[in-house]
Structure formats: structure tokens, C-alpha cells
Design a protein around this ligand. Structure first.
Ligand SMILES: [Ca+2]
Length: 108
């Protein structure tokens, strides 16, 4: 019980959705090595503050839902690379290569 409370508090402090921790971020940084240690190595790559998905996270969720899966994989990430999730005129893969957020139209 105490461990659960500490874990819950840690999630709250980190501002991450439960689904994003701890398994999703490493999939992203293993797939896109240049993202490791950058601002993309964060919950906000797929989420707004808290649980709500940003447009990039929402596109990933669509792929996961279509595959009836909850497990983010490199394959899932690759399926949204050609999209411009946040509609800022830059495709997701190009944003990730540049180090800008594919789910934030103000960051391109
Ligand atoms: Ca963007």
C-alpha cells in the first residue's frame, strides 16, 4: 500500500499519464535515438499536461486501437511518421529528427 502511494505521488509529480510510464518513453527513444535526453524524451511528446493526449499521442492511440493493442512499438511509431499530427506543416518524423514536438503546433 505504501509503495502504491509513493508510485502514485511520483506520477502526480511527474505530470505523466499512467499509460505513458514507464514503458512508452523508452520505445520512442530506442526508435529515435536522437530524441534521447532531449525535450522529446518526455511525457509531453504524446500528452498535454496530465492524461489528455496531444494530437501526436492521439494518432498513436488510433493505431494502437486499430491493432487492438496497448503496447507501443517501433512499428506503431513508424505508422504515424508520415502524418503531420499537429498540422503545423512539418511531418512527425521530420519534427522528431529536428527535435521539435510532433504534437505541438507551436513547436516546429
Ligand atoms: Ca510541431
Amino acid at each position: 500500500m505504501k509503495g502504491r502511494l509513493i508510485a502514485s505521488a511520483a506520477l502526480t509529480v511527474a505530470g505523466c499519464a499512467a499509460l505513458a510510464l514507464p514503458t512508452f518513453k523508452p520505445v520512442l527513444t530506442d526508435t529515435y535515438k536522437t530524441a534521447k535526453g532531449t525535450k522529446l524524451d518526455a511525457c509531453t511528446t504524446c500528452h498535454m499536461a496530465g492524461v489528455k493526449m496531444n494530437p501526436y499521442g492521439a494518432d498513436l492511440k488510433k493505431v494502437l486501437d486499430a491493432a487492438k493493442s496497448k503496447k507501443l512499438t517501433a512499428d506503431v511509431l513508424k505508422k504515424v511518421e508520415a502524418l503531420d499530427s499537429d498540422k503545423d506543416g512539418v511531418k512527425n518524423l521530420d519534427e522528431i529528427k529536428k527535435g521539435t514536438n510532433p504534437g505541438d503546433a507551436k513547436d516546429k
